[in-house]
Design a protein around this ligand. Structure first.
Ligand code: PEP
Ligand code: MN
Length: 262
């Protein structure tokens, strides 16, 4: 695998002036893109905190088809306004190659969700855009399957692949998922690609996001992707794992301190 051949050197991915693995990168925002006024309040807070990238899903892959499915194209329009108004790069999930064209001029980083890690056509189409891609780990994927999925993107000639550990399904049901920090330490040692940790989906529990985000940084993550909202209890999806801006600020400060130890 090209991704595991360290003789080729680590892959450097820039997000504005930061380089992944050299500087800790924080991606934060609501689970779903919400109405424009709410998004403006959130973006303004994120900007003040110095968050690097705003996340938010316009297309939402919900387990139940009866749950909120995202604002879709209207959500992309809101992201377009926010991106221009606040000068924040945008990471958003693409569920289907047919959405790529519509999303391309709004999205700075394409997110491939856990449920789509095995969707090789989508991976290739996303790869061909040449944009950086966050590839979330399938919730029952082995590390090898996950890296092999990344290889589909690398094979399009696009090397800007950012892995994201978001927790896996185990026998343990106390938390939503089990954040596999072994994978993070392992990949830092053996893989050319940077790895982010998502302690929001990794735990599913608001109060656990800070400790597990910190643990992710110590395990070798290049940064964190976190669900945050100005009014977490009112979030349209994943409210229980969504943190407020004060907690996000604490996590960012903690990350800076811990980064010096890694
Ligand atoms: C998300 O980031 O909102 C998301 C749906 O994550 P995952 O694909 O990891 O479940
Ligand atoms: Mn979510």
């Amino acid at each position: 695998l090209k991704a595991m051949d360290l003789s080729l050197g680590k892959i450097e991915i820039k997000i504005r002036e930061k380089t992944l693995t050299k500087d800790p990168v924080i991606i934060a925002g609501p689970c779903s893109v919400e109405d424009a006024a709410t998004m403006r309040r959130i973006a303004s807070s994120l900007k003040d905190l110095g968050v690097d990238v705003l996340r938010g899903g316009a297309y939402k892959p919900r387990t139940s088809p009866y749950d909120f499915q995202g604002l879709k194209e209207d959500g992309l329009e809101i992201l377009r306004e926010i991106r221009a108004e606040f000068d924040l790069p945008i990471a958003t999930e693409i569920l289907d190659p047919r959405h790529l064209e519509k999303a391309l001029d709004v999205v700075d980083i394409i997110q491939i969700g856990s449920r789509n890690m095995y969707n090789y056509t989508l991976l290739e189409e996303a790869g061909r855009t040449g944009k950086p891609i966050i590839l979330k780990r399938g919730f029952s994927a082995t590390v090898k399957e996950w890296v092999s999925a990344a290889e589909y993107i690398l094979n399009t000639g696009n090397e800007q692949v950012i892995l994201c550990e978001r927790g896996i399904r185990t026998f343990e049901t106390t938390t939503r998922n089990t954040l596999d920090l072994n994978s993070v330490a392992f990949l830092k040692e053996r893989c050319r690609l940077p790895v982010l940790v998502d302690p929001s989906h990794g735990t599913g529990v608001r109060s656990l996001v800070k400790p597990m985000g910190a643990a992710g940084i110590l395990a070798g993550a290049a940064g964190l992707i976190i669900e945050a909202h100005t009014e977490p209890d009112k979030a349209c999806s994943d409210a229980r794992q969504t943190i407020d801006m004060k907690t996000l600020e604490e996590i960012m400060n903690l990350t800076k301190q811990l980064w010096r130890l890694t």
